[in-house]
Design a protein. Structure first.
Length: 274
């Protein structure tokens, strides 16, 4: 597993991890992370947050991917159009039937060569062939599967590929927040990091088994570990979430003052009665 070194940095590792977690987990800009850290008494520039994400983001994403279990054998493939530096490019994406992002690839074309490159990356990365492939009606997929001699079932049809279509929405939100990607290289780097973090917190309701009402049994993931709390995810997901729980300790000395709005409303209400 990759070792993360925080030497020669002014702030402790807990602060750096929390800043990177905020930017990758939520739809925030660098300036938004700067304001959230300033609320906790930390004077950190948005450029510092950007450098932390660029340096530690790939390492954290690599460690998260190493902790992930093997995805299912039902894959959904799709592509969407993105505008990068004024040019029309295509974002190829592959997810499994549970919404796990398998791979993301930014390419200039939407043809059989681009589909072949995506499939080769998937087969090399996961080391196994799927039992079912679901795509849209793009003919490049069928020619690619014949070229790779894949014998798995291939399905095409209306609304059968909604799983990967819904996965595009997260990228669209980040694209609007970033005011579009600036280059294909930076987009590919960000999407690789974002996919690893998204998979760690992507726990959908259909994957949770609810015990009978009134039972004291803990929740359980289908074919997975036990959940001791309603919103607790798998044990491998705790890498980034633990940073969020521990980061609040250095700032407990000066908690923010509460009740300002309520007191102002009471004063205004008392003045109106007079």
């Amino acid at each position: 597993m990759s070792f993360v070194s925080y030497r020669r940095h002014r702030f402790p590792p807990v602060v750096i991890q929390h800043a990177v977690w905020l930017y990758l987990r939520f739809t925030l800009s660098y300036r938004g992370v700067e304001e959230l850290l300033a609320e906790r008494g930390l004077d950190i520039s948005y450029e510092t947050v950007r450098s932390w994400v660029s340096k530690f983001g790939p390492i954290i994403a690599r460690r998260l991917r190493q902790c992930r279990p093997r995805p299912s054998d039902r894959w959904h493939l799709d592509e969407m159009v993105v505008r990068i530096a004024g040019k029309r490019m295509y974002l190829w994406r592959a997810v499994d039937h549970e919404g796990e992002i398998l791979d993301v690839l930014v390419q200039r074309r939407r043809d059989s060569r681009a589909a072949l490159r995506l499939m080769r990356r998937l087969l090399k990365k996961h080391g196994s062939t799927p039992k079912l492939l679901v795509t849209d009606k793009l003919r490049s997929y069928a020619s690619t599967f014949r070229q790779l001699r894949l014998t798995c079932r291939h399905e095409q049809g209306l609304r059968q590929n909604n799983r990967v279509e819904n996965s595009h929405q997260v990228v669209r939100r980040r694209e609007r927040k970033l005011q579009r990607f600036k280059s294909a290289k930076s987009a590919q780097r960000f999407l690789n990091i974002h996919a690893a973090v998204h998979n760690s917190f992507n726990l959908q309701r259909h994957l949770i088994f609810d015990p009978p009402c009134g039972s004291s049994e803990p929740r359980q993931l289908r074919n997975g570990p036990t959940l001791s709390q309603p919103h607790e995810t798998r044990s491998a997901h705790s890498t980034l979430r633990s940073h969020a729980r521990t980061v609040t300790k250095p700032y407990e000395a000066n908690p923010p003052e509460l009740g300002t709005v309520e007191r102002a409303a009471v004063v205004q209400r008392a003045g109106s009665r007079r």
